[in-house]
Design a protein around this ligand. Structure first.
Ligand code: UGA
Length: 439
C-alpha cells in the first residue's frame, strides 16, 4: 500500500517506520528540511530503542522515504495519516493549528487523485476535530480517526503488538484501507474496532485519563500510607492481587510527566468545561500530580531545614521515564528548579536525556557518569527508574556523598538494606521508621 505520514515526531516516525517494515511504500513528510536530511540517513531525531535500526532497514530496501514536499508525499497515496503535534496552547487549550494546516495542504492536492485517499487523523485531538478536518477537504475524500496508543521507550513493540486498534470511520473505503494496513499487526487475535468518529476520538483521551487517574490514585494512597505507618508497596501488592484492579500503571512515585498524560488530562478538563459538564475526577488527577512533585521537592528542603545554600544535590534520572531522552513535563525539571531556587548547586546524570535536560535547565551541571555526578554531593535524588540505578555500587556511592542521604522518587531500594548500608533513605509511601514485619 502507498502511505503518506505527515509529521515525524514520535507517533509519525514510529507509525511510518513500522508500516514500511510491514512491506508498505511509506513517505514521511516534515516541514523541516534539515530534519528530513537526517531522517534520510536513518537517524531518528530522538532516542527510541530499535528505531534507527528499523528505519535503516526499510530505507535501504526502498520502502521508507522522507520529504519536505507535500505533493511528493501525497502523490498516489491510498492513506494519509496526520500525525502532527497538538500541544497545549497559551490559553490552556489543545492547539489544532498544525492539524488544520495539514488538512489545508491535503485539500490543495485532492484534485490530482483519481481515487481519493483516506485521510486519517492520528494526532490526539478533541472530539469533533476529525470532522473539522473533513470540512477543510474540498473535493472527494474518505475520512477516519485512528488514535495511537504507543508508549515512548516501548514504541516499536507497542505498535507492532497493539492491545487493540481503534478506528472511527464513516465510509467503506476508510474501513477497508485501515483493515488492510493494520492486518499484519493484529494477526495474533487482538481486536480492531470500527466505531463512529466521535467515539474513536474519545477512546484516546479516556484511556490516557484513566491511566493518569490510576497513577494519581496510588500516589494519594501512598501519602495516606506514610502518614498512617503503612507501606504502599505492601498495600499495592494486596490490592493488585484483585484481578479487577490489576497491577499496571499503579506504581507510586513522583507523578507522571511526558507529552501526553499532563496535556491530555488538561484537554479532558477543557472538554468538560466546554460541555458544561466539569470533569471533577480529571481535575483532581491533575492537581494531585502537581502536588506530588512539589511534595517530593519540599521533602528534600525539609531535610535541610529549608536552607540549601552551599549544598550540592545530585539528580539521577532526568527523562520523564526510562528508555527515552524526552524531558517534556518531567518531574526532574520542577524538582531541579525548586532546589536551585532554594540555593542548591544541582548536578545531574541520565543515560540518554542529558542534552535535552540541559536545554531546559542549563544551570544544572550535567555529568556523563552517574558516580561522578554524585561526587561530593550532600544528597542523591532519584527521579527516573532507569535500570542502571536499581543495583548501584552502594559502597562507592556512600564514599562519594558528603552525607549518605538518598531521596528515592521511584521506590527502587529496600528500606532495611539502605538502613543497614548506613544511608538515610527517603522513599514514597513507606514509613521511614522500619516496622516489625520483615521484608
Ligand atoms: C502514554 C500512554 O501510556 C500511551 O498509551 C499513549 O499512546 C501515549 O501516552 C500518548 O498519548 O501518546 P507515554 O507518555 O509515552 O505513553 O508514557 P507512559 O509509559 O504512559 O508513562 C507516562 C508517565 O507516567 C511517566 O512519567 C511515568 O513515569 C508515569 N508512571 C507510569 C507512573 O508514575 N507510574 C506508573 O505506574 C506508570
Amino acid at each position: 500500500m502507498k502511505i503518506a505520514i505527515v509529521g515525524t515526531g514520535y507517533v509519525g516516525l514510529i507509525t511510518g517506520t513500522c508500516f514500511a517494515n510491514a512491506g508498505n511504500d511509506v513517505t514521511c513528510l516534515d516541514i523541516d528540511p534539515n530534519k528530513v536530511k537526517t531522517l534520510r540517513k536513518g537517524k531518528a531525531p530522538f532516542f527510541e530503542p530499535g528505531l534507527s535500526e528499523m528505519m535503516t532497514k526499510s530505507i535501504n530496501a526502498g520502502r521508507l522515504h522522507f520529504t519536505d514536499d507535500p505533493e511528493t508525499a501525497y502523490w498516489d497515496a491510498s492513506i494519509i495519516f496526520i500525525c502532527v503535534g497538538t500541544p497545549t496552547g497559551e490559553d490552556g487549550r489543545c492547539n489544532l493549528s498544525h492539524v488544520m494546516g495539514v488538512a489545508d495542504s491535503i485539500s490543495d492536492s485532492l484534485d490530482s487523485f483519481d481515487v481519493p485517499p483516506t485521510v486519517v487523523v492520528k494526532s490526539t485531538v478533541p472530539v469533533g476535530t476529525t470532522h473539522k478536518v473533513a470540512q477543510r477537504l474540498k473535493g472527494k475524500y474518505s475520512i477516519a480517526n485512528c488514535p495511537e496508543f504507543l508508549r515512548e521507550g516501548n514504541a516499536i513493540d507497542d505498535f507492532m503488538n497493539p492491545d487493540r486498534v481503534v478506528c472511527g470511520v464513516e465510509d467503506d473505503r476508510a474501513k477497508q484501507n485501515l483493515e488492510k494496513v493494520y492486518a499484519p499487526f493484529i494477526s495474533d487475535g487482538h481486536p480492531i474496532f470500527f466505531f463512529d468518529i466521535h467515539s474513536s476520538e474519545m477512546v484516546k483521551y479516556a484511556s490516557n485519563a484513566m491511566l493518569a487517574c490510576k497513577i494519581s490514585f496510588i500516589n494519594e494512597i501512598a501519602s495516606l500510607c506514610e502518614r498512617n505507618g503503612a507501606n504502599i508497596e505492601r498495600v499495592r501488592a494486596g490490592m493488585c492481587a484483585d484481578s479487577r484492579i490489576g497491577n499496571q500503571f499503579f506504581k507510586p512515585g513522583i507523578g507522571y510527566g511526558g507529552s501526553c498524560f499532563p496535556k491530555d488530562t488538561l484537554a479532558v478538563m477543557e472538554m468538560g468545561d466546554d460541555a458544561n459538564a466539569p470533569c471533577l475526577v480529571n481535575t483532581a488527577v491533575h492537581n494531585l500530580n502537581q502536588r506530588q512533585r512539589k511534595w517530593f521537592a519540599d521533602r528534600i528542603l525539609k531535610h535541610f531545614d529549608n536552607n540549601l545554600s552551599g549544598k550540592k544535590i545530585t539528580l539521577w534520572g532526568l527523562a520523564f521515564k526510562p528508555n527515552t531522552d524526552d524531558v517534556r513535563d518531567a518531574p526532574s525539571i520542577d524538582i531541579a528548579k525548586t532546589l536551585i531556587e532554594a540555593g542548591a548547586q544541582v548536578s545531574g546524570f541520565d543515560p540518554e536525556a542529558c542534552g535535552t535536560f540541559h536545554d531546559e535547565v542549563p544551570e544544572v551541571e550535567i555529568f556523563k557518569d552517574m558516580y561522578e555526578a554524585a561526587n561530593q554531593s550532600d544528597a542523591l535524588v532519584i527521579c527516573t527508574e532507569w535500570a542502571e540505578f536499581s543495583s548501584p555500587n552502594f559502597d562507592r556511592l556512600k564514599s562519594l556523598l558528603n552525607e549518605p542521604v538518598v531521596f528515592d522518587g521511584r521506590n527502587l531500594y529496600k528500606r532495611n538494606e539502605m538502613a543497614n548500608r548506613g544511608f538515610n533513605y527517603y522513599s514514597v509511601g513507606r514509613p521511614t521508621v522500619e516496622l516489625a514485619i520483615a521484608k
